[in-house]
Design a protein around this ligand. Sequence first.
Ligand SMILES: Nc1ncnc2c1ncn2[C@@H]1O[C@H](COP(=O)(O)OP(=O)(O)OP(=O)(O)O)[C@@H](O)[C@H]1O
Ligand SMILES: [Mg+2]
Length: 139
Amino acid sequence: MSELLFKTATEEEMIAAGRAFSESLEAGDVVALVGDLGAGKTHFSKGVVSGLGAKGEVTSPTFSLVHEYPGGRLPVFHFDFYRIDSPEELIRIGWDEYLDEDGIILVEWADKFPELLPGGMIPLHFSIEANGAHTVTRK
Ligand SMILES: Nc1ncnc2c1ncn2[C@@H]1O[C@H](COP(=O)(O)OP(=O)(O)OP(=O)(O)O)[C@@H](O)[C@H]1O
Ligand SMILES: [Mg+2]
């Protein structure tokens, strides 16, 4: 069963959605952010980082492959599988160690390597509706 969590009209509303969602997060949570190109996964991530009180400007991880945001209620580790070529590359940068951390892992394009995700992950689906609203659904 899927549950519509947020329907947003602007990027600011998507950031606010991430901030509100962050209140429910607990140490060790892995959040899979999946869905349409440009649907708002990075803006939602900005809100999660801000809501947890971690420091830093959130941008999509490119060269470093993972961005770390310490200093808040929980540290956040932000991955974007779009930029990662193979499961081996992810293992090499320490995926298993990140899973052992007591932080929050956010993964954009998580469906690219489903075999690497833990069973207890939180699956969030992002989509753009015909009327332009950007929605977040928990699958
Ligand atoms: N309601 C909305 N929520 C989020 N973004 C919106 C909304 N309305 C318009 N936008 C625009 O849509 C784009 C969303 O970009 P964002 O980088 O957050 O998406 P993304 O899902 O991370 O993309 P990608 O698939 O490239 O990783 C931005 O340009 C933003 O300004
Ligand atoms: Mg993105």
